[in-house]
Design a protein around this ligand. Structure first.
Ligand code: AMP
Length: 196
């Protein structure tokens, strides 16, 4: 029997491409297997390509639950994964992002491009606004997100991001450590607006 976790499902955001660093694909596979082994389901974009496909394939091969949420238009390009536990088709990107979050207890972003950043920052801003109480994990594979982390530090330094809101984002380069923090860090609640 699989272990039970307070994280029932995690939304995984990552590249529709594989990228050039083989460590990206390795991390995607390890994340898929690790979540499956812990009995944590995956909700993701539903694609069969790139790092997204690598996460889904690894989790499915390890007997994990993988739920895809794909907009109609992308499905038409036949890019959807054919072997998922479930695949929800939605009308547009907004519905997809809302559904992915509604089905998940936390978020993990792997290396990716605009799509990954769009999803991660929407999840962060919804948590910041208390629309939801979900921590967001960022797996910093091969230092891919170093520049993003530096920008976050800069935004705090110049008073555009509150340090307490920074705690919504858990940055680690190791998957097990990332999961431990997501499982144990209390949701930071004192999120008042800047300047008030
Ligand atoms: P990107 O980071 O720009 O490669 O975009 C990847 C993210 O956007 C994923 O987390 C997906 O949810 C979504 N996405 C982009 N392209 C696709 C696709 N062809 N199939 C499914 N989801 C996609």
């Amino acid at each position: 029997m699989r272990p039970t976790s307070p994280l029932r499902r995690v939304a995984v955001y990552c590249g529709a491409n594989l990228g050039q660093d083989p460590a990206f694909r390795q991390a995607a596979g390890t994340l898929g297997r690790t979540l499956a082994a812990r009995g944590i389901g995956i909700v993701y974009g539903g694609g069969g390509v790139g790092l997204m496909g690598a996460v889904a394939d690894a989790a499915l091969a390890a007997g994990g639950e993988v739920i895809g949420v794909i907009p109609e238009a992308l499905k038409a390009h036949e890019l959807e994964h054919k072997g998922l536990t479930a695949l929800h088709t939605v009308p547009d990107m907004h519905s997809r992002k809302a559904m992915m979050l509604a089905l998940s207890d936390a978020v993990i972003a792997l290396p990716g491009g605009f799509g990954t950043m769009d999803e991660l920052f929407e999840a962060l801003t919804w948590s910041q606004l208390d629309y939801q109480r979900k921590l967001c994990g960022l797996l910093n594979v091969s230092g891919y997100y170093d520049a993003l982390i530096a920008w976050i530090d800069h935004a705090i330094a110049v008073g555009l991001l509150r340090p307490v809101n920074r705690e919504l984002l858990v940055v680690e380069d190791d998957i097990e450590r990332l999961l431990e923090v997501l499982l144990t860090r209390p949701f930071p609640l004192a999120r008042k607006w800047m300047g008030r």
